[in-house]
Design a protein. Structure first.
Length: 298
């Protein structure tokens, strides 16, 4: 079952101190991001002359800002981070498949990408409405992120265009996909279990059933550009932290486990590839079950 929300244990002056810390982190990062938005807009003067230079500048902005987020987790908050599983080759393009429990999953992924030296190469599937949001939304429009409406008919042409730009431009890439399509919740899990029961599937306990169309399209559209799929499982201790709790330093521990699968070894047929993805999420479910019992994703 989904973890409950993380409880804030600080009270009195300690709690007030954490609120001040959270306000400082939020204002500092959001203010920095708005400044980066301005500089990203200025970088548009490069695009008519060199798309490579335009991308390189915006990669640097992404690397800097997301690096500040990772520094906040590691050095300011001193969160305990455990990363286990396969070693990741340097400079490898990949699709990264992740379970989704809370918005703080993004902060956890920054830690994995930072260790691999790939922060600036992250690209995301993002809800279309977010592209109008100052800060993250505006920033990601400069990074070839994929804004989707969750309507495959409406999204497919746009996704194909972005993939063609990425492949033709030889753009370094970690494409992050939360294949469940939404965050884990008791209501979403109940619907997933009902669907699984009606289709003869194992009943999930800690993940939702993945939506395979976007994943299959990613493997096909990026053929020849990506070398691997990274299957990442994120586990939290004591409860699911919100972004505000992360900003206050209340996320004290996070675990990530990664498995690497070479694209050349994946099934070729779309139906078989979709089944392969479902198997990975069944494994995630078992891994999280063990994690909540024993405290390790390894």
């Amino acid at each position: 079952m989904p973890l409950p929300p993380l409880r804030s244990r600080s009270s009195g002056m300690a709690g007030f101190g954490r609120i001040l810390l959270g306000a400082f982190v939020a204002l500092y990062l959001f203010g920095s991001l708005l400044l980066i938005n301005v500089l990203q807009t200025a970088s548009l003067v490069l695009r008519p002359f060199s798309r490579r230079a335009f991308r390189r500048v915006n990669r640097w902005f992404a690397d800097r800002f997301w690096g500040w987020c990772a520094w906040t987790t590691l050095s300011l908050h001193r969160t305990r981070v455990t990363i286990s599983g396969d070693d990741l080759p340097a400079d490898e393009n990949a699709v990264v498949v992740v379970n989704h429990q809370t918005m703080t999953d993004v902060q956890a992924l920054f830690l994995l990408a930072r260790r691999a030296g790939r922060l600036g190469d992250l690209k995301w599937f993002v809800k279309d409405s977010l592209k109008y949001a100052p800060g993250f939304g505006w920033g990601m429009t400069f990074l070839d992120c994929l804004f989707v409406k969750r309507d495959w008919t409406a999204d497919r042409a746009h996704i194909d265009r972005v993939f063609r730009r990425v492949v033709s431009g030889r753009v370094p890439l970690w494409l992050i996909t939360f294949a469940e399509g939404t965050r884990l919740s008791a209501a979403n899990l109940a619907r997933a279990r009902e669907y699984a029961a009606g289709h003869g599937l194992a009943l999930p306990r800690h993940v939702l059933l993945p939506r395979a169309k976007g994943f299959v399209a990613s493997i096909a559209g990026l053929q020849g550009h990506i070398s691997a799929v990274y299957d990442v499982t994120i586990g939290y201790v004591d409860g699911l932290p919100s972004l505000w709790q992360w900003a206050k330093g209340e996320m004290r521990e996070v675990h990530l486990h990664v498995r690497r699968y070479a694209v050349a070894e994946l099934p070729a047929a779309p139906e078989a590839l979709a089944h392969w993805l479902h198997e990975r999420f069944a494994e995630k479910d078992e891994r999280l079950d063990r994690f909540y019992a024993a405290g390790s994703l390894a």
